[in-house]
Design a protein around this ligand. Structure first.
Ligand SMILES: O=c1[nH]cnc2c1ncn2[C@@H]1O[C@H](CO)[C@@H](O)[C@H]1O
Ligand SMILES: [Zn+2]
Length: 392
């Protein structure tokens, strides 16, 4: 594949940046945007053990950090969403005090810095963190405190998304909580939890409250249920983005000649540029996809949908952004142009003001990508030079 961004400026014919060069990149160096990750799905195993001791929680299956990581990962790979979600009982159990919440949020941003993420949206359900007496407002305040400290210390920008849970009946309260905390770090509202049997339209009151406040909505849809759930998320609930959207694949037909026939829903999502927060590892673990190779991410991407990659639950799915990008690059032969495009897609879809998005694109994304293009082009030229036997 010929890959070049500024051929008109180049004195010589552009060189193909072969897939091998791109795949050999250290993916931590790519400036990344993460919009779909759960705070309670990404704790460090060692921190869980320490926090459990501090809070007197005896329910952990082991107090060896490596074993614990493996335990979470094993439990999450059973091929269905309800079992995937079981591990959260333990992470939530150790996130019940102000100190614990501040720490987990702070460590999240430190992990983001190590992974090369420059802007992250993190989500969680405050209602799960009141077992020891914190109010939901105190819970949000503590998480924001940890995130603010993390922003100062690690230079990673963030936005917080509050989740309502689809099997509960208090989504309106969750929406009101999100609205109360907007302008203080909360940037949007989500609906999470088991999808099957819990249609988003049950929560229209919550979504209408968000819409009336001119606020932002993303909804988990099309992960464990089909296009009907995606359609409800968009047309009943007014979602601005979709969490996963994987099963939108069922609304796209591949004709024998390889061309695509889009159903009305898929065409709408394409035309309206609805962002799809895709999560490869998590989808394979929950059974939304049988394998990485069969994941519709590349199909969507190459058909022009506004897609980008995410981690979902770094602990449960044993992943990080660099890993997801490497995996996608190797599985689908992504080029550097495609990686950059996907990162731009994510930044454009963030729930922060337009000016902030443009600023991050200019300051954090474009310069690093330009440098990487230059570096890889130089490497490709160097490979073509005849070997000089006098220089070792
Ligand atoms: O992939 C997912 N699909 C649906 N719900 C999820 C997923 N990962 C986590 N949660 C749910 O969201 C809550 C708030 O963060 C978690 O407690 C978990 O129950
Ligand atoms: Zn999720």
């Amino acid at each position: 594949m010929i890959e070049h961004r500024y051929p008109e400026f180049h004195p010589v014919a552009p060189l193909p940046l072969g897939a091998d060069l791109v795949a050999a990149l250290d993916f931590r160096r790519l400036p990344k945007i993460l919009l779909h990750e759960h705070l309670d799905g990404g704790l460090r195993p060692a921190s869980i053990i320490e926090l459990a001791k501090e809070q007197g929680y005896n329910g952990l299956p082991t107090d060896d950090a490596e074993q614990l990581a493996m335990w979470f990962h094993r439990g999450a790979q059973r091929g269905n969403l309800p079992e995937y979600l079981e591990g959260f009982a333990h992470t939530i159990a150790v996130m019940q005090t102000k100190e614990a919440l501040v720490r987990v949020a702070y460590e999240f941003l430190e992990d983001m810095a190590v992974d090369g993420v420059v802007y992250a949206e993190i989500r969680f359900a405050p209602v799960f963190h009141t077992e020891k007496g914190l109010t939901q407002d105190e819970v949000v305040e503590a998480v924001l405190e940890g995130l603010e400290r993390g922003r100062r210390d690690f230079g990673v920008e963030f936005g917080l998304i509050l989740c309502a849970m689809r099997d509960r009946t208090d989504s309106l309260e969750a929406a009101e909580l999100a609205i109360r905390w907007r302008d203080k770090g909360v940037v949007g509202f989500d609906l999470a939890g088991g999808e099957y049997g819990h249609p988003p339209k049950k929560h229209v009151d919550a979504f209408h409250a968000i819409q009336r406040a001119n606020f932002y909505i993303t909804i988990h849809a099309g992960e464990a249920f089909g296009p009907e759930s995606i359609w409800q998320a968009l047309q009943w609930c007014g979602a601005h983005r979709l969490g996963h959207g994987t099963r939108l694949r069922n609304d796209i037909e591949i004709r024998p000649d390889g061309s695509l026939k889009l159903g009305r829903l898929a065409q709408y999502i394409l035309d309206r540029r609805i962002p799809l927060e895709m999560c490869l590892s998590s989808n394979v673990h929950t059974g939304a996809c049988a394998s990485f190779e069969e994941h519709p991410f590349a199909l969507f991407h190459r058909a022009g949908f506004r897609v980008f990659l995410n981690t979902d639950d770094r602990l449960m799915s044993d992943t990080e952004m660099s890993k997801e990008l490497a995996l996608a690059t190797r599985t689908f032969g992504l080029s550097l142009v495609e990686l950059e495009k996907m990162t731009m897609n994510a930044m454009k879809s963030a729930f922060v003001p337009h000016e902030t998005r443009v600023d991050l694109i200019r300051r954090r994304l474009l310069p690093t990508y330009s440098m990487l293009f230059a570096e890889l082009t130089a490497e490709a030229f160097a490979k073509q030079l005849p070997r000089n036997p006098h220089l070792s």
